[in-house]
Design a protein around this ligand. Structure first.
Ligand SMILES: C[S@@+](CC[C@H](N)C(=O)[O-])C[C@H]1O[C@@H](n2cnc3c(N)ncnc32)[C@H](O)[C@@H]1O
Length: 287
């Protein structure tokens, strides 16, 4: 029988995080990135960081934190740690009602009001499925209305996910939610790796990428510049006060009448914001 013994390396080498280190790390992550890390997340952190601690040749989480917060660690390793801590789950056509509403109702309305170039920001874009879904939806719209053009800014705090989004390479299973007729039009199958697909270059070129941490004072973007901001399934990791501060900053980047899309389990109830709900989790900036 292959039962796992307690002295097997896989078991005995699992490093437990002491309370003091957990407190130090969670305080830092919440202050710098807004992400809440209650004690229930300790096991999740251990499982995500164990391999990294060992790869650095360290034996305790105290040593690990001393290193990542040292001047040397701040030059590089600290960024890798935030890559491991963020939750990047995403999908093509996730919460598809948002894309239907955007192209079937909002865009025709904007068009009637003279809009030509739509500016969208996918804020917290993760590995790119959300902004590439926008491209598919907008390109389909453009088949009827080619005079409408668009630009999409895709941002995330994690450099690793931005790199994946930039590459636009996905396992074939990832594109299961993509309508069959779009698969051929928007993706190429790898000749050498049959399980991989890649977004066609003409569509990859349409995304602009930038690393933005929502906790920063300035995002380095123009004010009142965006018609639409998608910030879905990101703020759920922040506490209410931080969510309100971040959404207030988003509002400064929306044009008057611009729309903010949040994730299905996020809401602005109880916040004092210049936003009016027009659909479930869709808000109009009343600026
Ligand atoms: C669960 S994914 C959501 C992806 C996509 N918007 C969706 O709904 O499918 C959350 C993303 O938010 C990013 N994120 C977390 N904290 C952030 C912060 N402080 N600033 C910017 N992005 C952040 C994470 O790196 C992650 O990629």
């Amino acid at each position: 029988m292959n039962a796992l013994r307690i002295d097997d390396p896989g078991v005995s080498s699992f490093l437990k995080m002491d309370e003091e280190s957990f407190e130090r790390l969670s305080t830092y992550v919440t202050r710098e990135y807004g992400i809440k890390l209650p004690s229930a997340k300790k096991t999740m952190l251990e499982s995500r960081l164990n391999r990294k601690v060992k790869a650095l040749g360290l034996n305790t989480y105290k040593e690990f934190l001393d290193f990542i917060f040292s001047e040397e660690g701040k030059q590089g390793e600290l960024y890798n740690v935030i890559d491991l801590i963020t939750t990047n789950k995403t999908d093509f056509f996730r919460e598809a009602a948002h894309f239907h509403f955007l192209v079937n109702e909002h865009l025709p309305y904007l068009q009637k009001n003279g809009l030509r170039n739509l500016k969208i920001w996918s804020a917290g874009c993760s590995t790119g499925e959300e902004p590439y879904t926008m491209i598919m939806a907008l390109e389909e719209f453009r088949k009827q209305s080619p005079e409408t053009t668009y630009s999409i800014l895709a941002t995330d705090v994690s450099i690793r996910v931005i790199q994946t989004a930039f590459q636009g390479i996905y396992d074939i299973e990832k594109i299961a939610p993509v309508p069959i007729e779009f698969k051929h039009n928007y993706f190429l199958r790898s000749k050498t790796h049959p399980r991989l697909v890649r977004v066609r270059p003409e569509y990859r070129k349409k995304l602009q990428f930038k690393r933005i941490n929502f906790m920063d004072n300035s995002y380095g973007l123009n004010k009142a510049d965006y018609d639409v901001i998608f910030c879905r399934n990101v703020l759920i990791y922040f506490d209410k006060a931080t969510q309100e501060k971040v959404i207030t900053k988003f509002c400064t980047h929306l044009k008057p009448g611009g729309l903010l899309f949040l994730g299905h389990s996020e809401s602005i109830i109880g916040m004092s914001l210049p936003l009016k709900q027009i659909r479930p989790t869709v808000y109009r900036f009343e600026g």
